[in-house]
Write a protein that binds this ligand. Structure first.
Ligand SMILES: [Cu+2]
Length: 180
């Protein structure tokens, strides 16, 4: 009889621990992007460098862009779409960053345009257009984590994983009746 009680206790422990372990993996996703990767923020050989870099990545609110450049060689100016297209920096949005490297936190959704306003750098391809999405958290982990496991009782532990519970306990009963 003692053995049966022990085994039932193990069943209860298992059915409480498994859902708890499944809920542990839930972390805030914030990505850090180095613009242009190893190329950094410079006048590129290929004028489509930053366009293709942007299309290889997905940006979301909370993510950080790092513009790697040497102070006085380049700068970072956020501009409107028109200014991005025509490479004019007369109407910058927010701060003009002259000291490299620069960390920019993406704090709103939608299109963001950045250019270098030094010389002809922008017309030679030192310009970046990105689309920022609402959230970096993928849909599967977007739901809040379940509350911590409730105190151990048959009623509360039965519902999270009834199948292993029923299966293991059936084995225990079969074992019990076969031997006593
Ligand atoms: Cu430049």
């Amino acid at each position: 009889m003692n053995m049966m009680i022990n085994n039932m206790f193990s069943c209860l422990c298992l059915s409480a621990v498994v859902p708890f372990l499944m809920s542990v993996q839930n972390t805030e996703a914030q990505s850090v992007f180095v613009v242009g990767d190893a190329t950094g923020w410079t006048t590129p050989q290929d004028s489509s460098t930053y366009q293709s870099w942007a299309s290889d990545n997905t940006f979301a609110v909370g993510d950080i862009l790092i513009f790697n450049f040497q102070t006085t060689q380049h700068n970072v100016v956020q501009v409107s779409e028109e200014s991005y297209t025509s490479c004019t920096s007369s109407n910058p949005i927010g701060t003009v960053y002259n000291t490299g490297p620069v960390n920019v936190t993406l704090n709103r959704t939608g299109q963001h345009y950045y250019i270098c306003s030094i010389g002809q750098h922008c017309t030679r391809g030192q310009k970046l257009a990105i689309n920022v999405l609402a959230s970096a958290v993928p849909p599967s982990t977007a739901t809040p984590p379940p509350p911590p496991p409730p105190p151990m009782s048959l009623a509360s532990t039965f519902s999270p994983s009834p199948i292993p519970f029923i299966f293991i306990c059936s084995l225990v009963f079969v074992f019990f009746y076969a031997h006593y």
